[in-house]
Design a protein around this ligand. Structure first.
Ligand code: NAP
Ligand code: ZN
Length: 346
């Protein structure tokens, strides 16, 4: 077994605190990664609070992991010791179903295995990246370019791929008007990618004070969604809305901002169901869709795209002891735009 140090939540109502545990010994196809940085995703907060479903405790969150390979199993071909590597939201899948075979492991029919708050094929709980190391099958580890700031690459492993994948799937680009709803960790990456792909990008935000920063990210327009007069200027305006909002919100109002045939793509995952008036959809052949992270091949494609185009996340590096305070700031939308934990502070 491999000794690991981490910050864990012992229950949905306790703050994260130091916790020592053991990870599985390295199998022939496993790599061990010494974790340098881990991004802080709103999904971490949802899961330690049992927002979505009863979690597995103790829980070590973290699925935006970057670091250095320190050991490789005897059959590992993809990595050598000393190389940079990343791990995102999944650490395994059935590998046999139609979706797994189509490089869509995130939609594995048997359920992909989460990096934390899941159970591995050995039946044991998985533990995430708020930790000094991780052991993972080489197929679910990603290559990371040496060219970019390692801390700023970490959020690409979830916030990056979760926004890249739907933009690619719906072929968002030149000639499209896209609204990014919510300017947080996912939202700011959505702006960067959509601008890079040539779309005309509007940020729809509840925070009037984010306008300047949104434009600095490349957004062409900014609409404060609490201001009815501003919202009225973008009625029936968008081909796509990429919805990254983490809390309940009025879908019917946003759907009214789509053009005929427009698509409202949900990536944000509030804990309560949306209520949608079907007349708002059939009156313009509109769709509401969802998209979950991305497959391993597409995640590598996104990381390579970012290395080529010099795209990283805008981050605030924190010490792990400040995680609870950082969650409180994230809940208030007070993060520009991703906290990343420096794991040397563990
Ligand atoms: P985040 O950094 O906290 O950003 C969420 C943003 O949503 C906030 O900055 C805020 O932006 C807006 N917002 C928050 N509460 C709102 C409300 N009540 N009404 C309207 N807007 C509100 O969170 P994140 O890490 O980007 O994650 C966003 C969501 O995506 C979470 O639910 C997360 O679990 C989910 N997620 C899904 C996937 C997937 O595979 N689909 C992957 C990762 C994360 P403004 O200040 O601009 O309004
Ligand atoms: Zn995430």
């Amino acid at each position: 077994m491999i000794q690991a140090k981490a910050y864990a939540a012992q229950s949905p109502t306790t703050d994260l605190a130091p916790w020592d545990f053991e990870r599985r010994a390295i199998g022939p196809h496993d790599v061990q990664i010494n974790i340098a940085y881990c991004g802080v995703c709103h999904s971490d907060l949802h899961q330690i609070k049992n927002d979505w479903f009863p979690g597995i405790f103790p829980m070590v969150p973290g699925h935006e992991i970057v670091g250095t390979i320190t050991k490789t199993g005897s059959h590992v071909k993809k990595f050598t010791e000393g190389q940079l590597a990343g791990v995102g939201c999944m650490v395994d899948s059935c590998r046999e179903c139609e979706n797994c075979k189509a490089d869509l492991e995130q939609y594995c029919e048997k359920g992909s295995i989460g990096t934390y708050n899941g159970r591995g094929k050995d039946g044991l709980p998985t533990y995430g990246g708020y930790s000094n190391n991780i052991v993972v099958h080489e197929d679910f580890a990603l290559h990371i370019s040496e060219k970019l700031s390692l801390a700023a690459v970490a959020p690409l492993l979830c916030a990056g791929i979760t926004t890249y994948s739907p933009l690619k799937y719906w072929k968002v680009g030149k000639g499209h008007k896209l609204a990014v709803l919510g300017l947080g960790g996912l939202g700011h990456m959505a702006v960067k990618f959509a601008v890079a792909f040539g779309a005309e990008v509007t940020v729809l935000s509840t925070s009037a004070n984010k306008e300047e920063a949104a434009k600095a990210l490349g957004a062409h327009h900014f609409v404060v969604t609490k201001d009815a007069a501003q919202v009225a200027t973008v009625k029936s305006n968008f081909d796509f809305i990429l919805d990254t909002v983490s809390a309940a919100h009025d879908m019917n109002m946003y759907v009214s901002l789509l053009k005929t045939n427009g698509v409202h793509i949900c990536v944000g995952a509030p804990s309560t169901p949306h209520s949608i008036n079907v007349f708002g959809l059939l009156g313009g052949r509109k769709s509401v869709a969802g998209s979950g992270i991305g497959g391993i091949a597409e995640t590598q494609e996104m990381l390579d795209y970012c290395a080529e185009h010099n795209i990283v996340s805008d981050i605030e590096v924190i010490a792990i002891k400040d995680i609870t305070a950082s969650y409180a700031r994230m809940e208030k939308g007070d993060v520009r735009y991703r906290f990343v934990i420096d794991m040397a502070t563990l």
